[in-house]
Ligand binder design. Structure first.
Ligand code: CA
Length: 337
């Protein structure tokens, strides 16, 4: 078996708080024997559960990195039982370039799993998580936001899973995160996702979409910080009370939640995030980028619900995701099967 070249500069099994790096050798024109240094913090206090917390799986999403920098700074070993592993900038080269995918190999980390120890830089990062970090964890929280091209209602989400008990455990952790919206998600493209790797190892998994547009807001950063603490309390690692506010339960029951542009052009939004939509009602119009006098293409809602995500830039390309319509869960109960 080929060994992954990534080496941590700090111990995983010693009590205390250690700040260091995952060192990934990366020989290149600017640095012959150089390395990619991915920041990591490990906080441990005796035996107990392990939480693995990650941000910047996509490099242009900021709520996770902010919440995890704060946590790595503030959390002390005496406050916890067990271990917290914090990687705020999971795809570090992408984070430094402020891009979704890595500028080194143009690979999207969240489509690179389970990864390969002898692959490109991004494949090696994925493999290290798959083979080393995820197996150490009982609970995994991976922060996402919309990045530069999408904007989301702030939600934490769980996936529909084959195992009823695992899905219930994930739903409970997602509820504990306590974002303003809580969502059951069916991925449209789950091959190669970190989520799939973590869930296939039987772990409790929480992911989020907390905003977007390639920035964070005071409100979205606050949600992210509170979520990290809540999840650690839920996991029995951190002492304290879970901070709870009402959360709206949403579902994305099918592919018809997703709306894609079939022409390029100028987007005229007709519905904002969080607003209700009726099936058949227009979500947006796309105007010609080249000339006046042409009819716009109207994109109509394929189902009723609430606008949960939208294309962020003012211009759109054919095939871009224009809008996602989620539905309210009847009776406010999350499905456990
Ligand atoms: Ca993302």
């Amino acid at each position: 078996m080929i060994e992954n070249p990534i080496a941590p500069t700090i111990p995983y099994d010693e009590d205390g708080k250690h700040h260091g790096f995952l060192r990934l050798p990366h020989s290149r024109n600017e640095s012959a024997w150089g390395a990619i240094m991915i920041p990591i913090t490990v906080i441990r206090n005796g035996d107990g559960p392990t939480a693995l917390l990650t941000g910047a799986n996509h490099g242009d999403e900021y709520e996770g990195p902010i919440a995890l920098q704060v946590l790595a700074h503030e959390l002390e070993p005496r406050q916890i039982r067990g271990r917290v592993i914090i990687v705020p900038y999971m795809n570090y080269p992408a984070f430094r370039a402020a891009t979704r995918v890595s500028p080194i190999d143009m690979v999207n980390l969240n489509r690179a799993f389970p990864g390969a120890p002898d692959g490109t830089a991004t494949m090696k990062i994925a493999d290290y998580f798959t083979e080393t970090l995820v197996p150490m964890a009982d609970i995994v929280l991976d922060y996402h936001s919309g990045g530069k091209t999408l904007d989301f209602l702030p939600f934490a989400c769980a996936h529909y899973l084959d195992s009823v008990s695992q899905q219930a455990a994930c739903v409970a952790a997602v509820e504990a995160f306590n974002a303003p919206f809580t969502l059951m998600l069916r991925e449209i493209d789950n091959i190669g996702m970190y989520d799939t790797t973590v869930e296939s190892q039987g772990k409790v998994f929480v992911t989020t979409e907390l905003g977007g547009g390639g920035t964070a807001t005071a409100a979205s950063a606050r949600i992210a910080r509170r979520g990290a603490r809540n999840v650690l309390i839920h996991a029995g690692i951190l002492e304290g009370e879970i901070e709870r506010e009402p959360s709206v339960l949403l579902d994305m029951p099918g592919d018809d939640c997703y709306h894609f542009a079939t022409v390029e052009g100028l987007v005229e939004p007709l519905v904002d995030l969080g607003e209700p939509v009726m099936a058949g009602a227009p979500l947006a119009r796309i105007w010609s980028p080249d000339r006046t006098g042409l009819m716009p293409l109207e994109i109509r809602a394929q189902r009723s619900g609430v606008l949960a995500a939208r294309h962020f830039p003012g211009l759109i390309q054919t095939g871009d995701c224009l809008a996602v319509v989620a539905t309210a869960i009847e009776g406010g109960e999350l499905p456990i099967s």
